[in-house]
Ligand binder design. Sequence first.
Ligand SMILES: [Zn+2]
Length: 408
Amino acid sequence: MHMTVNFERLKRDLEELGRIGRDEHGGVSRPSFSPADFEARQWLKTKIEEAGLCYRQDGAGNQFGRIECGGPTVMAGSHIDTVPNGGMFDGAAGVVAALEAARRIVEEKVPLKKALEVASFTDEEGNLVGDFLGSRAFMGLLDEKEIRSGRTSFGLPFADVLKKTPFTAEGILSAHRSRPELEAYLELHIEQGPVLEEEGVPIGIVERITGKHYRQCAFIGESGHAGTTPLELRRDAFLGLADFALKATQHVATKHYGSMITVGKAALHPGSFSVIPGRADFTLEFRSGAAESLAAIEKEVFGLAEDVASTRGLTFISRVVDKTTPVVVAPRLVSLLEEECRTLGYPSMRVTSGAGHDAQILAGACDSGMIFVPSPDGISHAPAERVDWEDLEMGANLLLMALIALAA
Ligand SMILES: [Zn+2]
């Protein structure tokens, strides 16, 4: 059976959704549980119902549209929340493509042997409490303390944010009880990097999703007068951080090629022209596609931090903020997607996802795979985020054919 999506309709949906939360900088600001997010949720609910799918929403606000057949479920989706001043394709493309695929399957009355479900997961972008709130809730992986007493990335107690929504901590914590019998999950997403465009290939088949360690760290030394404390007697926390950041980056670049390490945020204390920094707080993030490398980087990088600290008379402290493990996509999904690409005549290549996605959380329950379409200039999480429509059309057709192969 050969079918294609109705791409004009898909494009229209994406443009409609992209107008919800449009901000004055030309981007889309639609963090989960914002007024724009609630408008987008209503829009999606209507679209799901119009498509003749059975709509449901779980306690975490994850939205689903189901073609009921009993037995195991094949799921496809992504998220419709965005970072503040983000783009209109990250997440939205995957939800709208999954919806369009389901719509075509209904229209053509494709006989299914398994239930097919379109999914949109709450707060993939982690604006509320940690990344992947919705998919983690769906999987029963949330930390109850975080949900009851955590703060959002905008600094508000999450409990206060919840009070202004129809959702509750209890509802979020019990969302996993309504998890269907999952067999496979597929997510179409923009690549958010430059590889496919550089290679001139329209379809990326993800074979790995990198894992991430996220830590809050500090070097602690001693503050002192910037005019009277001789350089050789200082215990300058900033110099510790600078020395460490360079050494650690060089180490990862040479010993763990392809892995990443980033100091994304730093604050010096007391933070003044004329005072030697006595403390440097910073975030440290590292990513790798292999669990062994991630563990090795952690050990080696902290060894370096201790060396720097002892040479410079500092103390190094750190705590884990978040950890995700790398995911290897089920080989059967990678080969299925490659086979469908061959049938459709679409060039494809295997890629690693450096960004995190709901697919990696769902991989804990079922075979979970991803289709990437190129991000021109590698831009995402910004108003200039875009796709070439022809690439997206190919990605959506691939998703449709893969879902039919999995569920029919
Ligand atoms: Zn995304």
